[in-house]
Ligand binder design. Sequence first.
Ligand SMILES: [Zn+2]
Length: 330
Amino acid sequence: MFGPIGGDGQRRLAEASVAIVGCGALGSAIAETLTRAGVGELHLVDRDYVEWSNLQRQQLFVESDAEQMLPKVEAARLRLLKIRSDLALHTHFEDLDASLIRNLASKCSLIMDATDNFETRLLINDAALEAGIPWIYGACVGSSGSVFPFVPDRSACFRCLLPTLPAVNDTCDTAGIIAPAVQMTAALQCAEALKWLSGNREALLTKIHHFDLWNGSRLDTGIARIRQTDCPSCGPEPSYPALARTNRSAYAALCGRDTVQVLPDRERPVSLDDAERMARRLGEPFRRTPHFVEFHALGARFILFMNGRLLIHGAASVEEGRSLHRKVFG
Ligand SMILES: [Zn+2]
């Protein structure tokens, strides 16, 4: 009944396919709103499992999800299909890489940014530009947030803007966040999504919108003039550098969590059975579910997921994580 959307717009929503990258605080809120709005198909991407500390702001999850350490996309799937059983939902329990985002960009008409880092946003930016579809940036920390719809050929792209973005990447894990800042950011992103998907392109925001709920301030920043004429992502001869990067480091420290992530070695993947054998050999108590094996060794907590990703909790640096990994898995 909302005039600018109407019956035609609602039908367009039902035919739309949207990718949501990240299923934490923003991803939960966005997925729920788009599900209830009647978007036909959603693709959710996230590599993490539900932790107790997530429940403060990640609205799709409940205590039993944290108890069972369910993958976030799996917990989200159970909840979203209870909200709307005819939703076509596809979940991807993995790290976003170039091939996955390319694949999603070729199937979807919009990408929603619900990540917490610049590197992943550069991947989204390049894949969206290559496919000629928009993506909706959203970021929040503390009591503040920012939102902007990046539409190809309409404004500077995310890479053009990077020199003007803050060098320090504060995250919710290091600086905290209040849930209303999440909900406001997600609401603004979803409003942009509804405009685009329902065919109201002219209503899209033209400036980056920033807000701070604690002091009540708002700011809109125009970015048309920041466009770099020779930008390798949106310039006349794009090379999409983020999509070309394939040599990702296998080890990465997860910000603010004393945790090192080890990505699976494609040549020599480690299975849940391997991890269980390892834990038994070490004589350590372990826990196995259909999704992961968890065990303690050398003062750290190891969690191996079925997709081969390993988390080492209690490793303060990449070097320490690498050393623990080699000692336990050889
Ligand atoms: Zn650009």
